[in-house]
Write a protein that binds this ligand. Structure first.
Ligand code: FEO
Length: 387
C-alpha cells in the first residue's frame, strides 16, 4: 500500500451466509487508516469485528488521534463499529453523503458529529486530498467512494469487491482467475440490478489515474493489468453483455424433469452450444448467479408439487427476479401429474426477472416418452437464431 495507508479491517473466516449470499470461505470487512495531519479512517467493520479493527488501528496510532471517519456506506457491515471508534476518538467527525447521514441516524439513533459531503467535494487532510464520489444505488442510495488524489487510490466500498476470506490482501497474491470469479459472483448477487448506475460511476472514473483500488470486501487491486481487468469486467457486466452460452437450472421430484433437463442439455451440446446444467438440490443460488451473469440463455425446469413449482425453484426464481438480469432469453419446462397450473407461477417469475421468452414452454405429463427427450430441435433453433 502507499506509505501511511494501512488496512485495518476484519477477516470473518466464519461467515457462511451474507443475507442469503453463500460465502463458503468467509469474507472480509475492509477498513483503511490514512496517517496524515488529520488521521482518517475510511469505513469501519461489522460490529463483531470492532475489537479486532481497533487492535489494528492501535498498531499504527492511538485511535484518539483520528479526526475523520469516512462512512462510504451505511450498511452495517461497514458502519457497525463507528460507535466503538468514536468512543475512543471523541473529536472525530463522520463524513458521509446526505443519504448516508439519513441512514446512519435511522440505524444508530446517535447524534454523531456529521460532515455531509456533496458529490465531487474535496477535503484536505494534510498531505492528501480526499475527493468524494457519490454512487447512488451501487448499491444503496447513500453509497459513495472516496478517491485519494495524491496516492491515486480509490476506496470503492462495495464496488469491485469480493466475498472471500484470505490471509492475502492483494488480488495478485491469490491469483486473478479465482479473484475474478469471486468478483463476478459478487457482482451477480449484489450489483446486477444497478447496471445504469454502475455505468455512471465508470463514466465518472474515466481518465482518473488509478494505481490502487481498495474495496470494502475481499482483495485490493494494485497491478495495472488487474485494475484494467476489473474495470473492463464491470463495464461489460453493467452493460449486460453475455456470452453465447446456455444455463439449465432445474429441480426434480421423480426424475422426469431431470430427464427433460438432460435431454435439452444433450440437444444443445450436440449442436455445439456451450451449455451447463445445474441441479438446485446440489448447488446454491448465489453460485448459480455467477453462471447467470455470463449466460445469454436460461432454461428453468420444475416438477409440480401441490399445484406449485418446487420450493427450491421458487426460491431461486424469487432471488433471480430481484436481481433482474437483462438481455437474456429463456424458457420453462417440466413434468406434472394432473394439472399444469403450477407452471404459471414459474412463467410469471421468469418474466418478472426480465428474461425474455425465447420459445414456448414445454410441459410433459408424468413420465416423458423417448421422443420427448429427443425433440428439442425448436429450442436449439431458437437459441441459434440469437447467436
Ligand atoms: Fe458491504 Fe452494502 O455492504
Amino acid at each position: 500500500m502507499n506509505q501511511g495507508t494501512h488496512w485495518v479491517g476484519y477477516i470473518d473466516w466464519d461467515l457462511r451466509n451474507f443475507h442469503g449470499y453463500a460465502t463458503p470461505t468467509g469474507s472480509t470487512y475492509n477498513a483503511y487508516l490514512l496517517e496524515d495531519e488529520q488521521p482518517t479512517l475510511i469505513d469501519t467493520v461489522k460490529n463483531l469485528g470492532a475489537d479486532a479493527m481497533i487492535r489494528e488501528i492501535r498498531r499504527v496510532m492511538d485511535p484518539a488521534r483520528i479526526r475523520y471517519i469516512v462512512s462510504n456506506h451505511t450498511e452495517m457491515d461497514h458502519s457497525g463499529a463507528i460507535d466503538e471508534v468514536l468512543a475512543l476518538a471523541p473529536k472525530a467527525e463522520v463524513i458521509c453523503s446526505p443519504k448516508g447521514e439519513e441512514g446512519l441516524k435511522r440505524h444508530f439513533k446517535k447524534n454523531w458529529r456529521f460532515r455531509v459531503v456533496a458529490d465531487g467535494e474535496e477535503i484536505k487532510i494534510g498531505r492528501r486530498t480526499l475527493k468524494f464520489v457519490h454512487m447512488p444505488m451501487v448499491h444503496w442510495p447513500d453509497s459513495m467512494a472516496t478517491y485519494c488524489m495524491e496516492d491515486k487510490t480509490l476506496f470503492s466500498n462495495d464496488a469491485f469487491g469480493q466475498h472471500m476470506a484470505t490471509h492475502e490482501r492483494y488480488a495478485d497474491e491469490v491469483g486473478p482467475d479465482r479473484v475474478m470469479h469471486e468478483a463476478a459472483k459478487y457482482y451477480a448477487n449484489i450489483v446486477l440490478p444497478y447496471g445504469a448506475q454502475v455505468q455512471r460511476v465508470l463514466a465518472a472514473l474515466k481518465g482518473v489515474a488509478l494505481e490502487l483500488i481498495c474495496p470494502s470486501h475481499g482483495l485490493m487491486w494494485r497491478r495495472e493489468e488487474d485494475i484494467r481487468a476489473i474495470l473492463s469486467a464491470y463495464s461489460d457486466w453493467s452493460a449486460y453483455k453475455t456470452e453465447p452460452r446456455a444455463l439449465i437450472v432445474y429441480d426434480t421430484m421423480w426424475k422426469s424433469t431431470r430427464q427433460l433437463a438432460e435431454g435439452l442439455y444433450k440437444a444443445l451440446g450436440s449442436a455445439g452450444i456451450n451449455v451447463k446444467i445445474v441441479n438446485l438440490q446440489l448447488t446454491g443460488r448465489s453460485e448459480i448467479m455467477a453462471d447467470v451473469l455470463l449466460s445469454r440463455f436460461l432454461f428453468v425446469g420444475s416438477s409440480i408439487l401441490n399445484n406449485r413449482m418446487l420450493p427450491t425453484v421458487a426460491g431461486f426464481m424469487t432471488y433471480l427476479a430481484g436481481l433482474k438480469p437483462k438481455s437474456r432469453w429463456g424458457a420453462t419446462f417440466g413434468s406434472y401429474g394432473w394439472s399444469r397450473i403450477g407452471f404459471q407461477g414459474l412463467e410469471t417469475l421468469l418474466n418478472d426477472s426480465g428474461v425474455e421468452t425465447l420459445t414456448a414452454p414445454r410441459y410433459i405429463q408424468y413420465i416423458p416418452e423417448a421422443e420427448d427427450l429427443d425433440s428439442w430441435s425448436e429450442w436449439v433453433a431458437a437459441v441459434q437464431r440469437k447467436f
